[in-house]
Design a protein around this ligand. Structure first.
Ligand SMILES: [Zn+2]
Length: 644
């Protein structure tokens, strides 16, 4: 049993906002009205539970709430005669000691690092002693779901017959991992993600107190990026203030600065990019992407922005009044309405699907920019395809079973002709080993995809296997050809990656880069950002990291890294701060590497792009067919239907 692990504190006089403005009373908590009302009522009517369970995503205020409860239960008021109160005075010895994390009777334990039966035995042994000075002994157990089965069992006995003077407050991000027997003995509060508007106005209050001149839209961006977490929001505001103080426009933090800091792309350009993609203007799309990337926008964030635009346009399509929302800038509203009108619903749905899939790929890819480029190429090509309904219609009209794939625009302007073999570009084409030769002439000049007339010049009844043409032929799998299913894009969010159970398939990062990837996979975007730019690695071995923090590193970075790594891997990770210089940050390393790679990235294998355009298409065979065998289609690489 120990007090909360102290933060590594290399004597930074600056107090981070999250710490400075940590609420000390229930009224200071934001966005948790229901819980606050219930708790206030319980304290006023002296109906206190023995154990509370606080659940919710990280950073919504679980441990803050736990400490407020501890103060509320133990406060004796400024005159020393008060009883439990929903408004702890903040002045009595107990309030002060609890606030300073040094109260003998308020014990915090992080179950992530102390999961075993022995740790819990120590804790339980302590419950039989009366509190030293306070009214109640309060045990705060953070990440309680990490306890082992045996530890939970031991705890259960105490929870069944808790001593009068003991209160438990459990906090967890994953209530579903807690045994029902334990759950049933706790009063549970689900802390909610704090809404963007609430968060933004909270940030505005803080900014005012800090006398920082920061615009509404900049705060709204931070609130959006924080995704419901007050702690993340304050941490981002911290960063914004730090950047602004060092920037040219001292004292004034505008939307663009915050956008750049968050790695967000320029909004207008996102619309330009979306339009270019939907028009099949591949060259222009890639140029905009590169420009945004050069300006500091993360390629995967550009893709998420495109997804967001797609989703929003889809909603506008369904209900045009959505575009009248005044929180959306005027220019976007006008443009959005126009775009929504001009794009067919199936086209939007398909774009959504491809971008969503592409985003996941880009997040995994060793070079996200390259992956994002491929996603844009693919989506742009698909945007040129007819809508699924049109294909089915034309199929029915012709009565022809295997249909030809409408060819993509033969020459995407500006795309260099594909080098003959460039494996490992982050592009997955099934059957890569087939050794597809690049078409030396224009890929295909098939019938215009949008024309409803019969597609494919083949005579009716031609067996699929007899189809063939000189040059390259791609075989499509037999499913209705190039059309991805297009579900209504109702589910807006990519599924958050669930925290993996600690064993047995727990991640085992073997390098610092893999650690960063793990943070990305767990959607710890803010921390991932710090890992990339604020960590100068001094020493790494699995289970042990030493680093020198950069100037903008949050001071609990080492703690949080250790805590999360221990939780995710199920093994103990010790992360410590070093005074040694260490290596350049990954961001610094990547930047110099990127400059080199970007030049290479301009040359993409077009054939792979074309393949990626047709989900379900596989290179199953590449063959030369004697011209005698052929029919009219001599100059095109004709995708053909084929079984199996
Ligand atoms: Zn007090």
């Amino acid at each position: 049993m120990n007090q909360q692990v102290p933060s590594p504190d290399p004597a930074t006089p600056y107090r981070v906002l999250a710490r400075k403005y940590r609420p000390l009373t229930f009224s200071g908590l934001i966005g948790q009205d229901i819980m606050v009302r219930t708790l206030t009522n319980a304290i006023e009517t002296d109906r206190l539970a023995h154990a509370y369970l606080l659940t919710g995503v990280r950073g919504v205020g679980k441990t803050t709430t736990a400490r407020i409860i501890a103060r509320a239960l133990n406060c004796i008021g400024a005159d020393g005669n008060g009883g439990p109160t929903p408004d702890p005075c903040g002045a009595c010895e107990h309030c002060v000691a609890i606030t300073e994390d040094r109260h003998m009777d308020v014990l915090e334990m992080d179950a992530a690092s102390r999961t075993g039966i022995d740790d819990i035995r120590d804790l339980i042994a302590g419950t039989s002693y009366r509190p030293v000075s306070a009214r109640y002994k309060v045990y705060i157990v953070d990440e309680v779901h990490m306890l082992s089965g045996a530890a939970f069992n031991a705890l259960l006995k105490t929870l069944e017959e808790p001593p009068e003077h003991v209160k438990f407050i459990f906090a967890t991000t994953e209530a579903r991992k807690i045994p029902v027997t334990v759950l049933s003995r706790c009063q549970r509060f689900d802390l909610r993600r704090v809404g963007e508007e609430t968060l933004a106005s909270y940030l505005a209050d803080i900014a005012a107190k800090e006398e920082a001149d920061i615009g509404q839209r900049a705060l709204a961006l931070i609130a959006r990026a924080a995704d419901g977490s007050v702690r993340d929001a304050l941490s981002l505001l911290d960063q914004a203030l730090a950047h602004g103080a060092a920037g040219e426009t001292e004292g004034r933090y505008d939307e663009d600065q915050v956008r750049a800091m968050l790695g967000l792309a320029d909004r207008t350009r996102i619309f330009d990019l979306f339009e270019a993609v939907m028009k099949g203007e591949v060259k222009q799309a890639l140029e905009i992407l590169e420009e945004q990337h050069d300006a500091g926008a993360d390629a995967t964030i550009v893709l998420s922005d495109l997804l967001e635009v797609t989703h929003w346009l889809t909603r506008v399509k369904i209900a045009p009044e959505v575009a009248d929302d005044i929180s959306v800038p005027e220019a976007e509203r006008v443009r959005g309405k126009k775009l929504a009108e001009s794009l067919a619903m199936p086209v939007l749905a398909r774009a959504w699907q491809m971008l969503l899939k592409g985003l996941a790929e880009a997040q995994q890819a060793p070079n996200p920019l390259q992956a994002a480029e491929m996603v844009l190429v693919r989506t742009a090509y698909a945007a040129e395809l007819p809508a699924p309904a049109e294909i089915i219609k034309s199929l029915q009209r012709t009565g022809e079973a295997p249909m030809q794939t409408p060819a993509p625009k033969p020459d995407a302007p500006g795309l260099a002709p594909p080098p003959s073999s460039t494996a490992g570009d982050g592009v997955k084409a099934a059957g890569e080993d087939a050794g597809l030769a690049p078409p030396s002439e224009p890929v295909a000049t098939g019938p215009s995809p949008v024309e409803p007339k019969p597609v494919g010049p083949k005579p009716v009844g031609n067996a699929p296997s007899a189809l063939g043409s000189p040059g390259v032929s791609l075989a499509l799998s037999p499913e209705p050809p190039p059309v991805p299913e297009a579900p209504v894009p109702e589910t807006a969010e990519p599924e958050p990656a669930a925290d993996a159970p600690p064993r047995p398939d727990a991640p085992r990062p073997g390098s610092f880069a893999e650690v960063v990837e793990l943070f990305a996979a767990k959607r710890e975007a803010v921390l991932q950002g710090h890992l990339l730019s604020e960590v100068h690695l001094v020493r790494f071995e699995p289970g042990r990291i030493e680093f020198r923090p950069g100037a903008h590193a949050p001071r609990d970075l080492a703690n949080r890294m250790g805590e999360l790594l221990s939780r995710w891997t199920g093994e103990r990770w010790v992360v410590s701060v070093s005074a040694e210089t260490g290596a350049p940050s990954l961001a610094e390393q990547a930047e110099s590497l990127m400059r080199k790679r970007r030049k290479e990235a301009a040359r993409h294998p077009l054939v792979r792009a074309a393949l990626e355009t047709f989900p379900g298409a596989k290179i199953t065979e590449v063959r030369d067919i004697a011209p005698a065998d052929g029919d009219g289609d001599a100059d095109s690489g004709t995708p053909e239907g084929e079984d199996g």
